[in-house]
Design a protein around this ligand. Structure first.
Ligand code: CP
Length: 317
């Protein structure tokens, strides 16, 4: 695997899951693979889980790791070509990226949607510049439209906890005080649509995701109806995608906050969220602290998904 930015890059989900469970049994099995290889992790946005789990994954594989927070100590970077650089950004990505490529073997990039221009975000300009100009294999640590390491960890978690071969998985919008990108819900939908699970998306009207991510999922505007018989509830907020509302908050309706009322409609469903989560906005204290909450094992599986991805990238060097 050269680059990893979306579900197609992982190939067969069954093979990927087999590798994940192999690594989970012995996460240091491939510790020789990364000897004298360097991972560079570039963060344009904050992180807790991605940063720690990906670094741990690289250490499992015997790699050296360099982490750069672009907004803390690095030169501010211009990302658009053609601008006259007379402002506060002294370096352009088009020089910075190949320079970064000189010091490493693999690059991970986190670069969120900016919500200024939908086309710019959905073209994944920053991620694609790394792919084009770094001269190195590149993987997404959450880009503008997808978060594949998270979705892979989510899939591993569902496979570990499911009680039926093809569970009903419901992704529910929930309220949040700030506008959040669609990367996590887009990506989760993309990965769920690649399985044979029953997959339902529920959200208030106006929060429709891009059609290419919704795919064949059932969209249900009645949250309680969507939750009926669910085996897994995947909660997430996202800002509007459609037209002039792109990046806007259309609702903060706490009737959508996931609590006992909604979970009572389910088949004793497990509760999932990628974290960080705003308690009593997205989910009540009672639900996230319940025995059905699997947010911590879900986060733990980030190390496993990252180890599989880095292992494959090392094998392809
Ligand atoms: N879920 C996730 O990606 O967490 P961080 O933003 O903390 O990395």
């Amino acid at each position: 695997m050269k680059n990893f930015t979306c579900v197609q890059d992982i190939g067969s989900l069954k093979v990927a899951l087999d590798e994940a469970f192999e690594i989970k049994k012995d996460r240091f099995k491939y510790v020789e693979l990364g000897k004298n290889k360097t991972l560079m992790m570039i963060f344009f946005n904050s992180s807790l889980r991605t940063r720690l789990s990906t670094q741990k994954a690289a250490m499992n594989l015997g790699m050296n790791v360099i982490v750069l927070d672009i907004n803390q100590g690095a030169w501010k970077l211009e990302t658009e070509r053609g601008v006259i650089m007379d402002g506060d950004k002294p370096e352009h990505l088009l020089e910075a990226i190949p320079v970064m490529g000189c010091y490493c073997d693999i690059i991970g990039v986190r670069s969120f949607a900016q919500f200024e221009n939908r086309d710019y975000d959905y073209e994944e300009v920053v991620l694609n510049q790394f792919i084009k100009y770094s001269g190195r294999p590149v993987f997404s640590m959450e880009a503008a439209t997808r978060h594949p390491l998270q979705s892979f960890a989510d899939l591993i978690t569902i496979e570990e906890y499911k009680k039926t071969k093809l569970p009903k998985v419901v992704m529910s919008w929930a309220p949040h005080p700030r506008p959040l990108p669609q990367a996590v819900p887009n990506s989760f939908a993309e990965w769920m649509n690649a399985t044979d699970y029953e997959f339902v998306i529920t959200h208030p009207e106006g929060y429709e995701l891009a059609p290419e991510f919704v795919g064949n999922a059932r969209v249900e505007y009645d949250q309680m109806k969507a939750f009926e018989g669910a085996d897994f509830i995947y909660a997430k907020n996202w800002a509007a995608y459609s037209g002039d509302n792109y990046g806007k908050i259309l609702s903060k309706d706490r009737e959508w906050t996931i609590g006992d009322r909604q979970m009572g409609m389910t088949n004793n469903a497990y509760f999932m969220h990628c974290l960080p989560v705003r308690r009593n906005m997205i989910v009540t204290d009672d639900v996230i602290e319940s025995s059905q909450s699997i947010v911590i094992p879900e986060a733990a599986n980030r190390e496993i998904s990252a180890t599989v991805v880095l292992k494959r990238m090392l094998q392809a060097l």
